[in-house]
Design a protein. Structure first.
Length: 341
């Protein structure tokens, strides 16, 4: 969600009452303001610093990528939301590594250590595709807030991933605009005028923005095992959207929580310490790793390297190696013996 300083919000509220057209134009400029990049939190620093770093180009911007775990293991892509960065997934990175998964994340355009001054859901979607091409394939993707929306759009556009966890996703452009206007205190009556203005002035002269950034019109494919997670107290991604997203993807699951959402007040123990909530995190890990842990590596001593990937016969994923002349060996083989295809 765009960052708007309190004095600007107060000015927009006053301007909306006396000059609505001017308020819409000013609000549209504030809508793109990312603000200073989020810092790496002390609790996340160890995970952040041990990552393997690379970079990819996304429409002329340098997007920094991070990788943890064995490159030969099945990998999960983590996609952060607005005003966040890859390091905020540190706890999930540790959990997925412990489950035998590789993990890849990136700082979106204008976020973290990446370059740029502003970012939209479409730019985040383009970054997902670029990171997939450079660091994939991925067996699963986990997205939070704007990252979940962008990941869902990427999946609808053909991103080849088996499982998807969406945490606090917005349904589309109109939902983002609605939350923005509500949080800055502008009247709901300006919603349509605001959306039309942003669409006309969208960076890059992109057409049909509202139609393209719509996860209900372009839902996650049914083939993708999908879990939607939504907190009832989330002040940014309103809970009403989650059942709609769930209904748009047959076979998907919906998990609701309380007190964990963006802007929600966390329940506390005596002494002021936050009460831990493990149920939602465990469900996310279970969905991402379901069927994804690589079996024990094949015996060593072979002259060809083994890799964990989709096998040629379409029967799933497994260890395989190609030793020339087009022969591919699988491990473990379907029938318990060595097989060559």
């Amino acid at each position: 969600m765009p960052y708007v300083p309190a004095p600007v919000s107060a000015g927009l509220r006053a301007l909306s009452a006396v000059a609505p057209p001017l308020a819409v134009r000013v609000a549209a400029r504030a809508f793109w303001y990312v603000g200073p990049p989020a810092a790496v939190r002390p609790t996340d620093r160890a995970v952040h610093e041990r990552a393997e770093r690379r970079a990819v180009d996304v429409d002329g911007e340098r997007v920094v990528t991070y990788r943890w775990g064995d490159r030969r293991a099945p990998a999960v892509l983590l996609v952060h939301g607005w005003k966040s960065r890859a390091s905020r997934f540190a706890g999930l990175v540790d959990a997925l590594e412990a489950a035998g998964m590789g993990v890849v994340a990136f700082d979106g355009v204008a976020h973290g250590d990446s370059s740029g001054r502003r970012m939209s859901a479409l730019e985040h979607q383009a970054a997902i595709r670029a990171v997939h091409d450079a660091e994939g394939p991925f067996t699963a993707v986990v997205g939070h807030s704007l990252g979940a929306l962008a990941a869902g759009l990427a999946l609808a556009d053909g991103l080849p991933v088996d499982r998807f966890v969406s945490v606090a996703a917005m349904t589309g452009f109109d939902a983002i605009a609605e939350s923005f206007l509500r949080l800055v205190g502008m009247p709901a009556g300006l919603h349509e005028r605001f959306c039309q203005h942003v669409e006309r002035t969208f960076p890059g002269a992109v057409r049909d923005v509202r139609a393209r950034i719509d996860l209900l019109a372009h839902p996650v494919p049914e083939r993708v095992a999908t879990l939607f997670v939504q907190d009832d107290d989330d002040r940014m991604s309103l809970p009403a959207g989650a059942p709609l997203l769930h209904a748009a993807v047959p076979g998907s699951e919906l998990l609701t929580t309380r007190g964990l959402g963006q802007g929600a007040r966390r329940p506390r123990r005596r002494g002021g310490r936050r009460r831990p909530r493990h149920g939602a995190s465990a469900r996310v890990r279970e969905t991402v790793t379901r069927g994804g842990r690589a079996p024990a590596r094949p015996p060593g001593g072979a002259r060809c390297a083994w890799s964990w990937s989709a096998v040629r016969d379409g029967s799933g994923r497994g260890w395989s190696r190609c030793c020339g002349r087009g022969a591919t060996t699988r491990w473990p083989p379907p029938g318990g013996r060595g097989s060559t295809s």
